[in-house]
Ligand binder design. Structure first.
Ligand code: B12
Ligand code: SF4
Ligand code: SF4
Length: 328
């Protein structure tokens, strides 16, 4: 899910009369906060301190967390602040076709259009600033930054929640040469979680722990279905647990803070019989692979998730619903 934009150049801002950098962001229904780069060591300690204590699984750290860069980029020594942005996103419905039947499933919020969203935010920030602001995407733990600025609060499921869109939002962060308000504060949990344990009970792999706030991310279905297909699933990820082409929505679906968002879904893509059978075969050599990868990319999907994730979903659907494939 780390999706840096390699080589993204600095971009010059546009001139406008309005100096409010976040105005254009908020007009789009997004929200943003800022913090001083002087907190980067503390952000590092928030994550690395847990690693040193042995609370983060080695594999999780190796796959995702070692990549964070908790310093002002060498190529951007003028960076003074960090901006963290929350972008509401719906669930994406996708359909596959098998033997004359349509199989409907989902891609959870935040996978689709990651690169487009970052570009759009940079444009909006430039427009809002109106005075040649410089921006560079930050390779940092966005939830930590967002919670540490009060932009979001953590749920017990370790996902963050923003006002108005619950957990259905993507996070992204940028370095900037602007001196912006320093919103630094303690990370907080949602009030609702004090009397609730719905996600703890619902998580099928027991990744969310009753006794400690930090989840066991290495047990999360998402951790396994984001890995290359040839890895398969561990014994405790059972057939009936799969519920999305990638990721998992169970702990967000049961959450009362998302009650009004459960049906926030847009239809994104349909794969015809030919495409579906290509994905199910899992032989991605040859020129067709490139075309298929391009078709998957806007959804945030990768060829390496196939055929494993689709096979697992279809097996579940067949078992639960017979041959109808009317899933989700
Ligand atoms: C690694 C990673 C994963 C891993 C590990 C998940 C995890 N919980 O860390 C896996 C592959 C499992 C994963 C799964 C998912 N991910 Co992910 N993932 C990331 C990534 C790359 C880094 C996350 C990270 O920093 N983890 C390290 C841990 C230590 O950080 P943390 O979870 O924030 O933990 C903090 C708290 O526990 C806090 N803390 C400790 N004790 C206490 C006590 C209290 C009371 C409080 C308040 C806080 C607190 O301290 C920790 C450090 O700050 C980010 C992208 C990015 N660049 O940030 C996306 C990201 C976090 N993922 C995201 C999403 C959407 C998901 C999924 C929901 C996708 C899906 N539908 O399946 C699932 C959710 C699983 C879950 N229940 O968390 C979004 C989250 C958006 C949001 N609304 O919050 C992100 C930000 C991607 C994005 N650009 O939007 N992900
Ligand atoms: S399900 Fe309950 S405990 Fe879990 S995040 Fe939502 S409100 Fe908090
Ligand atoms: S995303 Fe699924 S597997 Fe991961 S913690 Fe939530 S319910 Fe558990």
């Amino acid at each position: 899910m780390l999706n840096p934009l390699p080589g993204m150049p600095f971009r010059k801002g546009l001139m406008t009369e309005n100096g409010d950098m976040f105005k254009s962001i908020r007009e789009r229904g997004y929200d943003a906060r800022s913090l001083s780069v002087s907190h980067l060591d503390a952000v590092k300690e928030d994550v690395e301190g847990l690693y040193r204590k042995g609370s983060l699984a080695e594999e999780l750290y190796r796959e995702y967390l070692f990549r964070f860069k908790y310093f002002v980029p060498e190529s951007f020594p003028e960076a003074k602040s960090l901006i963290v942005v929350s972008v509401p996103q719906p669930t994406c419905e996708v359909s596959f076709n098998v033997r004359g039947r349509r199989f409907r499933t989902i891609v959870p919020p935040t996978y689709a259009k990651a690169v487009d969203v970052d570009m759009e935010i940079m444009d909006a920030l430039e427009r809002g600033d109106g005075d040649g602001v410089r921006l560079m995407r930050a390779i940092l733990p966005h939830k930590t930054l967002a919670a540490r600025t009060g932009l979001v609060r953590y749920g017990r499921n370790n996902i963050t929640y923003a006002p108005g869109c619950g957990s259905f939002h993507r996070l992204t962060s940028f370095f900037t040469d602007r001196e912006l308000p320093d919103d630094w504060q303690e990370a907080r949990m949602m009030d609702l979680c004090s009397d609730c344990d719905a996600c703890v009970r619902a998580c099928p792999t027991r990744a969310i722990d009753e006794d400690r706030f930090l989840m066991h991310a290495e047990r999360c279905i998402t951790f396994h279905n984001e890995m290359p297909s040839e890895r398969g699933f561990p014994d405790y990820v059972l057939e009936g647990m799969h519920n999305a082409v990638v990721g998992c929505m169970i702990c967000q679906k049961v959450c009362p803070a998302n009650a009004k968002l459960d049906n926030w879904m847009v239809h994104c893509t349909e794969f015809d019989e030919d495409d579906t059978s290509y994905l199910m075969k899992g032989d991605f050599s040859g020129p067709r692979a490139k075309r298929m990868a391009a078709m998957l990319e806007p959804l945030g999907l990768e060829l390496q998730f196939f055929p494993r994730n689709l096979v697992a979903l279809m097996e579940r659907a067949q078992r639960s619903y017979g041959e109808t494939f009317e899933h989700q």
